[in-house]
Write a protein that binds this ligand. Sequence first.
Ligand SMILES: C[S@@+](CC[C@H](N)C(=O)[O-])C[C@H]1O[C@@H](n2cnc3c(N)ncnc32)[C@H](O)[C@@H]1O
Length: 361
Amino acid sequence: MNNALQRIKKKIAEGSLIQAKKECEKLLLEEPSNLSARETLGLILQHQGDLKAAEKLFKELVTAAPEFINAHIALATIYSEQGNTEASNKCLQNASRIKVSTIKESAKKHSTQKSITEPSEQLPLLPRGQPFNFKADRFSIWGQEIAFMTDPLFINSWNKVITKTSPHINDSAVYKIFWRAHIAVSIISQIQRKDLVIAECGVHLGHLMQTIMHYFKDKKNIELHLFDTFRGIPLEQIEKNESLAHWHNKNNYKGDYYKTTKNFFKEFKEVKFHKGKIPDTLAKFNNSHVDFVSIDMNIVAPEKAALEFFWPKIRFGGAVLIDDYGFQKHTTQQIMYDDFFSRHGIIPMQLPTGQAVVFKN
Ligand SMILES: C[S@@+](CC[C@H](N)C(=O)[O-])C[C@H]1O[C@@H](n2cnc3c(N)ncnc32)[C@H](O)[C@@H]1O
């Protein structure tokens, strides 16, 4: 990525969208064929809610560079946001027809920024029977037929989310966590209630919860409670053997992202933000029950507090989804969960995504 684009990305991460837009427009005057700059400008416009201008820009982009898969996907999410599902699906189909070799060539030619659309990271709609090879974050699959990748609603939901959050992502592994989002979606679909209460402890930009909200928009009534400092992991809660937490604070949780994340959820009604430190904020949860809890705070102390607080409140048929359970350098979290659940005779269901799921039955 060139220096100017890097500066623009930094501006976006700091929330200075107006300034970022100005600089992007300036860069495009100097380098009109810079696809990454055009894509970034399109994403800024989309983020600002100027869907018409974003649509125009991405349409020009797919005409100028039909192999530039990012543009097709961005256009799909814009149509989807406008409620035009037919046009959106058509764009996704166009995207899925582009050959991986063509994308690689195009990426080389234009040296595009890292995004969901890198060859190994793209999210095409796969017809049933098509094997899918994928190198994810800490797991790989090959020769598998992936049912959720044939679900346009899932693809649309995830792409909507990642397109919005993309300017704020510092860790490229985040582009690959769509399998984790699928796990969350699948669990919610298995909780056989129309009215659900959901809580997430550790939200950051809200990838999992936004995907859920988009996916179940017309299917379930969800009251969502979001707990986060929105400023990273509290230093005093980090134990000596949790050094990865400092890396996260330094690289991923920069500044205060409360407003940014709040904005991502503005189209959904029943969303309550509980900004601050867990365990202090847990008392703000004023419901007697919950159906689904996602725990994802990278360290033991607040996760233990959240688990002890929410587990007794989970209704039968509900579930807790644990992130990081299987990951190396998160051993103390795994031990804490195993210790807690062994008292209930439960073995957490460990998944290759690093997550674990426990249903309350
Ligand atoms: C891995 S991110 C969450 C990612 C999110 N689940 C998603 O779907 O994108 C971890 C988040 O936990 C938050 N966090 C860590 N410790 C916390 C604590 N004690 N109280 C509240 N939030 C905390 C951090 O601020 C960070 O935003």
